[in-house]
Every structure is written in C-alpha cells, then in structure tokens.
Design a protein. Structure first.
Ligand code: FES
Length: 125
C-alpha cells in the first residue's frame, strides 16, 4: 500500500520542473473535480470556481487507498478549501493536503496554473 503513496510527493511551486498540460479549463466541471493521469500517477484536479481557484492533489485517498478523491465534494472548513472523500468523508485541505478531521498523513498537493484556457499541473519529476 505504501508503495502507491510513495509516488505522490507534495510539490511546491518553487520546486516545479515540469508544467504538465492537463486539459482545457472547459474539461473540468465547475465546482468539481476530474482525474488526470501524469506518468504513473493519478491526479485529482479541482475547478473551485466559487472562490476562483484551481487545486490539484493525489487522487488516492490514504484511508483505504481508493482512487476517488477527484469525485469528492469540495467545500470550506473554517476558511480552508477542502475536499471530502466520497467514500468515508475524510477531509483534506486543498492548500497543503492536511487531513482536517483526523490524524492521517497529509496528501500530496501540486501547483496549478491556467494559461490560455489550459490547465497545467506542476511536478518536480
Ligand atoms: S477511502 Fe477515503 S475516506 Fe475512506
């Protein structure tokens, strides 16, 4: 199980080496998520239109190792944008991946930029 998680390393914008062109902004649901593949990783990308921001994180939920976070509901926890896993509702900060309702390890988050109507996700590898 841990091997799956080892693929996902939170990436800060200053460590980005590759801006991966994921898709057009129109390919993502408004105020929802979709899954994008990069190399052997599944990345959940969220168009948080309500607050005018985009987020990306690992698609795998560390609770039961299910590839589901892109189908989670996005919302707000005391001002922190978050995603709730659709299976058992564990919630994670979209800003830094922190598990907001428990003591699981943080999930990996990735920078997102929008250029000419396209969504790019930043990776360090
Ligand atoms: S698998 Fe995500 S909360 Fe259980």
């Amino acid at each position: 199980m841990e091997e799956v998680l080892e693929k996902y390393n939170a990436t800060k914008i200053e460590d980005v080496k590759v801006w991966f062109k994921a898709a057009s902004v129109n390919d993502f649901p408004v105020d929802g998520g979709a899954c994008v593949k990069y190399k052997d990783k599944q990345i959940a990308v969220f168009n948080f239109a309500r607050i005018g921001k985009w987020y990306a994180c690992q698609n795998v939920c560390p609770h039961k190792m299910e590839m589901v976070l892109s189908r989670g509901m996005i919302g707000d926890d005391k001002g922190v944008p978050k995603v709730a896993c659709p299976l058992h509702k564990k919630t994670f900060s979209l800003e830094n991946g922190e598990n907001l309702n428990g003591d699981m390890d943080a999930i990996a988050t990735y920078p997102v930029k929008i250029e000419e109507e396209n969504v790019y996700i930043g990776f360090s590898d």
